[in-house]
Write a protein of this length. Structure first.
Length: 353
């Protein structure tokens, strides 16, 4: 017999949700076969069984579980496990009650909170009469809430921003898109600039470990929010990649975000964050510094700005706000400005792709 134990899937989560079993209780499964789908705050992960045999499921779909918890067994009958488990399958819901729930968008979690074994249509009507219903946070929202809370509680953050003219960079990006046959925009150029700044500014990628500063690689996380939650997939070793490779990596991550199929590997091991703020009305946006990070770079959308030319005439230029939120224990204000200036210079320079 072999236990099916939940591995550590996401450092930001203390619990996960069983999204669904991939084999029926009592079914024969082969060694190495995926048997259960587990939802973290960031991704869906398959858990494999190491041995073959008859599957015995301890928890139903929708139940919460923790890293290290035994949720099933291959071979033999289910036995009590030391980790706390929830075996409650939930109430029985009549067909008229289910119809009304679907009509008004009431979830199983909301009727489960009633604490009754049989949910009738009248019980659902009582929920509606009570007024607006509380909506539980999604796993992605719970994960982000935990990260934000931890950041505000543990990191003394500061923020600095500069204005950067990017008109020539945008034109260069259009030309590079044609030459490289892959999408190049300000985010890709900035990821390249961040990666190339790694050697001069290692503290921006470092982690505070007690009283020591631990240097790390240039793994750049990029914010992506397509309406289903905020994700921060990672472009690894940005200091070693060409612009074409960065563009290809970013495009793959965008497509994965659209499908909602991120794995823990896509989201793990970041050492610096690039927060993209694409709304043209946003002039300044202050990102949080993720726990374990030294800083987070913020890029706002391009906007027109009037300026004086050398001959005294008024011209229109295209600018962005480039900001840096940083852990003040690791980064000083002077270092923050130097880092932002280096990124600005890289965006404005004609560097090899």
């Amino acid at each position: 017999m072999a236990d099916i134990t939940i591995p550590k899937l996401n450092n930001n989560d203390s619990e996960y949700v069983i999204a669904g079993w991939l084999a029926e209780d009592g079914a024969e499964v082969a060694p190495g076969e995926p048997v259960v789908l587990v939802e973290t705050s960031k991704a869906l992960e398959e858990v494999l069984c190491e041995d073959g045999g008859v599957l015995r499921r301890f928890l139903p779909a929708g139940a919460t579980c923790m890293p290290g918890q035994v949720i099933g067994r291959i071979g033999g009958d289910p036995e009590p496990v030391s980790a706390p488990v929830t075996t409650e399958e939930g109430p029985t819901i009549t067909a008229p009650a289910r119809e009304l729930m679907d009509e008004h968008g009431i979830t199983d979690e909301q009727v489960r909170a009633l604490g009754i074994a049989l949910v009738r249509r009248s019980d659902v009507e009582g929920l509606l009469d009570a007024g607006p219903l509380a909506t539980p946070l999604t796993p992605v929202q719970r994960g982000m809430a935990a990260t934000v809370t931890r950041s505000w509680q543990t990191i003394p953050a500061a923020y600095t921003a500069i204005t950067v003219e990017v008109g020539p960079a945008l034109e260069r990006a259009k030309q590079l898109t044609k030459e490289l046959r892959t999408l190049v925009g300000l985010p890709e150029l900035l990821v390249q600039a961040i990666g190339r700044a790694h050697a001069e500014f290692p503290e921006m990628f470092a982690e505070l470990d007690g009283q020591q500063v631990r240097p790390r690689d240039a793994h750049v996380a990029i914010t992506m929010d397509l309406g289903s939650g905020l994700y921060t997939p990672v472009v690894r070793n940005a200091d070693r990649l060409s612009l074409a490779e960065i563009s290809a990596a970013a495009m793959r991550l965008r497509m994965t975000a659209m499908r909602g199929t991120f794995t823990s590997d896509d989201l793990a091991d970041s050492t610096i964050l690039l927060a993209l703020n694409t709304d043209a009305a946003a002039v300044v946006a202050v990102p949080i510094v993720f726990p374990g990070h030294a800083c987070a770079v913020s890029l706002c959308a391009p906007r027109p700005e009037l300026a004086l030319a050398g001959d005294g005439s008024v011209v229109t230029r295209t600018v962005v706000t480039l900001g840096l939120a940083y852990d003040h224990r690791l980064v000083t204000g002077r270092d923050a400005l130097r880092f932002l200036a280096a990124l600005r210079d890289a965006l404005q320079a004609e560097v090899p792709a």
